[in-house]
Design a protein around this ligand. Structure first.
Ligand SMILES: Cc1ncc(COP(=O)(O)O)c(C=O)c1O
Ligand SMILES: [Zn+2]
Length: 420
């Protein structure tokens, strides 16, 4: 018997599905699916039960759609730090700014929260092959969790557009890595078709079980802020799964009576890949996809976000918004965060900081508001971008003099004058 009572539900027509069925979208209307729980079956003292466990994805197991906790495929995901940013706050004129450093996850991105649940589900369903399309982090994470579970992993990536670190992760974990001559959106279209017609389990964020793992970042934020709920959550948006997952987490906390507040969800896209930001600004009823997305933040180089409907609902229900930032703003924010706060994130993650700066300047984010930015992935995944932009180290002779000359050239001059 399952520890938790849940089912799958179409977000458009409400059709219900057995969660032990391999299904990704509604077979009646093709709508996205969501995992829904029977809250009345949950223990009353949920909050106390959670507090006794270490901060991690599985602390919140009562709200995770897994048959038995013993089945979990885990690498110690979640429990990432929430850092108050005093120097950055001062720089941009805020008073209560925190960043959730998801780069601390086992493979260096928030994707691990989803994959621990998604791969556990794959094993429960008896699947022996898993697959995804990826801009990099999903493939790194899926490859690691598949290795942990002892199952086969296939990943499709856009040729030449995946950061070096992420590619090496997928390779070392033994995934079958296939580069396609096309972009992420095309890779996803292909892998969806293959998983539909073969016994291979799809683990893109279209898979509702993955988003269940990702929602735990919302639960952790509340716990780390001693029960407070931020006024604003700022998160980079690509395929739009994470913003939807975080919002689901906050909604569940409210439905469970663990808070009466909810944050405004603020999504940030890169200018060259901003279908949701552009469509919302134009007040379109459907998101108009972008054919050739382009940005230095390769993780969010996505033109046709599959979860757009969930994301738009999250933004509207929370009275939030989606903004876009330029590549130059992203790279500037990456440097600022690294040099003011000691946090090195990849460009896609820095998009949330770039968005934060832009929206604070515009007055959309108020000085006194409690703001949490999600830093989605570690900077070491994409070192090439830094080496291309920042000055290389200075090379000198192996002598004390030569080094002093570089670190304090004025002093050397002064010593010379004094001795002459
Ligand atoms: C580092 C990073 N940030 C943000 C995102 C965007 O997340 P989502 O596709 O769920 O919107 C991704 C997705 O690959 C990512 O790897
Ligand atoms: Zn439906």
């Amino acid at each position: 018997m399952a520890d938790v009572d849940f089912h799958l539900e179409c977000i458009d027509c409400g059709a219900r599905y057995d969660p032990n069925q391999v299904i990704y979208t509604c077979s009646r209307c093709s709508g996205l699916l969501s995992v829904e729980y029977n809250f009345s079956s949950l223990p009353e003292d949920l909050d106390q039960t959670w507090k006794k466990r270490t901060l991690s994805v599985w602390r919140y197991r009562e709200l995770l759609p897994i048959g038995r906790i013993e089945n979990k495929v885990s690498l110690g995901e979640g429990g990432t730090s929430l850092n108050e940013c005093l120097r950055l706050s001062e720089e941009i004129g805020l008073k209560n700014l925190y960043v959730k450093n998801e780069g601390e996850n086992p493979t260096g991105s928030f994707k691990d929260r989803g994959m621990t649940v998604g791969v556990t589900k794959a094993v429960e369903l008896g699947m022996t092959k898993v697959a995804c399309a990826s801009t990099g982090n999903t493939s790194a994470s899926l490859a690691a969790y598949a290795a942990r579970a002892g199952i086969e992993c296939i990943v499709l990536i856009p040729s030449g557009k995946v950061a070096f670190g992420k590619l090496t992760q997928a390779i070392i974990h033994g995934a079958k890595v296939i580069q396609i001559r096309g972009n992420f959106d095309e890779a996803l279209r292909i892998v969806r078709k293959i998983c539909h017609s073969h016994p291979i389990y799809l683990l893109n964020s279209l898979n509702p079980f993955r988003l269940e793992g990702q929602k735990t970042a919302a639960f952790e934020i509340r716990d780390q802020l001693d029960g407070r709920i931020p006024n604003k959550i700022v998160v980079p948006v690509g395929n739009a799964g994470n913003i939807s997952a975080l919002w689901k987490g906050f909604v569940e906390l409210r439905e469970l009576g663990l808070t009466d507040k909810a944050p405004q969800m603020i999504g940030i896209q890169a200018e060259g890949a901003a279908p949701i930001a552009d469509s919302l600004k134009k007040k379109l009823r459907r998101v108009r996809f972008v054919d050739n997305p382009e940005t230095v933040a390769t993780a969010i180089r996505i033109g046709s976000p599959v979860n757009w409907k969930k994301a738009v609902r999250a933004v509207k229900e929370s009275q939030g918004l989606v903004e876009k930032v330029s590549d130059a703003e992203i790279l500037e924010a990456q440097k600022l965060l690294a040099q003011q706060e000691g946090l090195f994130v990849e460009p896609a993650s820095a998009a949330s900081i770039a968005g934060l700066i832009k929206l604070t300047r515009m007055g959309v984010i108020g000085k006194d508001e409690l703001v949490v930015c999600i830093l989605t992935g570690h900077g070491l995944k994409d070192p090439n971008i830094i080496l291309r932009r920042c000055p290389r180290p200075i090379e000198v002779e192996a002598s004390e003099d030569a080094v002093i000359n570089v670190i304090m050239p004025e002093e050397k001059q002064a010593v010379k004058i004094a001795g002459s």
